[in-house]
Design a protein around this ligand. Structure first.
Ligand code: NAD
Length: 450
């Protein structure tokens, strides 16, 4: 099949490369000429494990190409995906659909022959209706079906998620469109990935409901972590104890500094707005948004408390800036809420992230950026672990201990075990577990901050 992918960001580039890898002919289109120029030179504008090789091989095989203009690719396509951004609209939290509608207008102008237009962007219920209205108004005679096909991939594991999805959701009641969608995804249901066919509005809502549910799980365990700290329980074991119940499941029960990223925060806000628009109150979702915002601020206070309350003159090493490991995406990262609180309180921050620093430098210009983890740690009064990159899971603790001015570690991802940290001589603070200090050599001042 011939595919035009409109929008070549995290979702468009991964989906385009994977469809090409399935054997389809894909042109990824983006308005951002720098992005397309970089891709045409063989350089990837984003960090995603495995993506460079996948893009390279499919370009080499002649199944994947890049363009800034959509006219040619759309007129030749059997399927046109809209994978542009749908950020929060400034001021009110509604999904900003201007990019989706602009793409729909441009697509309408160049459609040729029966074409399935598929919204892969996360969009509010009814957006497919409006995309269809825009296209039919511009081209009343166009032979087109508009389908919703939300994307569930996770950055950092995007290729695996695309090729081995838990499910594929297809919202359409058009028989010809179903056939095109079945053909596009055929390699996946040969792998037994379930395809859920439903109507377009239901498909649109499935995506928001899924993200809101995941955000709820995270927020729930974060509140339980808070309680664990007060009552002397261990949140890791509580999570395991409840997660082993098949009705609950173990995923998304890792307590941390609050959810971030390009999807969960904006999608929760947009779902609340959809509820308001249709007079259906979504109080659970409203609450998780408020609790999550408070959580990120509380993490700033937790770091300050671990350093005795006064950060003026303190140097803090921070490992991890991106919202999660294996991505360079900084959108709504907890670091963006937590670190300004620390610098405003007078701390100097020495930071390192394996992939996120390019973007972080634009958003957090006041940090001292370091070349590696140990450089960031050298001479700091405390180490904060903010994103659980694998390379931070296996730090040389003896070296860390010798480089830090004070042996204080605040682990906001529970990467380490309290016993190993006390054995290595640290005062160790984590999430949902009691702070611990090495009993033998603890000094009175360290005991006070532990
Ligand atoms: N990032 C994720 O992990 C993820 C996962 C699932 C769903 N989604 C959803 O997918 C959509 C895209 O997300 P993303 O993270 O890939 O966004 P992104 O910001 O990384 O990429 C969007 C791209 O679209 C381009 N664009 C905008 N208007 C265009 C137009 N008219 N023609 C051509 N290109 C245009 C932009 O230049 C940009 O490169 C969003 O709705 C998001 O909610 C994202």
């Amino acid at each position: 099949m011939r595919v035009a992918m409109i929008g070549t960001g995290y979702v468009g580039l991964v989906s385009g490369a994977c469809f090409a890898d399935f054997g389809h002919h894909v042109v990824c289109v983006d308005k951002d000429a720098d992005k397309i120029a970089a891709l045409s030179r063989g350089e990837l504008p984003i960090f995603e494990p495995g993506l460079p090789a996948l893009v390279q091989s499919n370009v080499r095989e002649g199944r994947l190409a890049f363009a800034t203009e959509l006219a040619g690719p759309v007129s030749q396509a059997d399927a046109v995906f809209i994978a542009v951004g749908t950020p929060s609209r400034r001021g009110d939290g509604h999904a900003d659909l201007s990019y989706v509608y602009a793409a729909a207008r441009e697509i309408a102008a160049t459609l040729d022959g029966f074409t399935v237009v598929i919204t892969k962007s996360t969009v509010p219920v009814g957006t497919g209706d409006e995309v269809e209205r825009i296209i039919r108004e511009a081209r009343p005679q166009a032979d087109v079906a508009v389908v919703s096909n939300p994307e569930f991939l996770r950055e950092g594991a995007a290729i695996r998620d695309f090729k081995h999805p838990d499910r594929i959701v297809v919202g359409t009641e058009d028989e010809r469109a179903r056939e095109v969608m079945a053909e596009l995804y055929r390699p996946l249901y040969l792998n037994a990935a379930p395809i859920l066919y439903t109507d377009r509005r239901t498909a649109e809502l499935i995506k928001y409901a899924a993200n809101a549910y995941l955000a709820t799980k995270i927020t729930f365990i974060n509140e339980i972590a808070e309680l664990c700290e007060r009552v002397g329980a261990d949140v890791q074991e509580v999570a395991r104890g409840i997660g082993l119940d098949n009705r609950i499941g173990t995923k998304f029960l890792h307590a941390g500094p609050g959810f971030g990223g390009s999807c969960l925060p904006k999608d929760a806000l947009a779902l609340i707005k959809i509820g308001h628009d249709h007079e259906a109150s979504l109080r659970i979702v409203e609450t998780i948004v408020a609790v999550n915002d408070q959580r990120k601020r509380a993490m700033g206070r937790k770091v300050a408390a671990a350093l005795g309350g006064n950060l003026r003159g303190c140097t803090i090493a921070v490992l991890g800036l991106a919202f999660k490991p294996n991505t360079d995406d900084m959108r709504e990262s907890p670091s963006l809420s937590i670190l300004p609180l620390l610098t405003e309180a007078g701390a100097t921050i020495r930071a390192f992230d394996p992939e996120g620093m390019g973007e972080a430098k634009k958003l957090l210009p006041d940090l001292d950026y370091c070349g590696d983890a140990y450089q960031a740690i050298e001479g700091a009064d405390a180490l904060v672990l903010l994103t659980e990159w694998n390379e931070f899971r296996a730090l040389d603790l003896t070296r860390v201990r010798s480089l830090l001015r004070a042996p204080v570690v605040i682990d906001l991802r529970n990467i380490y075990q309290p016993e190993e940290m006390t054995a290595a001589g640290f005062v160790y603070h984590s999430i949902g577990r009691a702070a611990v200090a090495p009993p033998a050599e603890i000094s009175p001042s360290l005991r006070a901050i532990a």
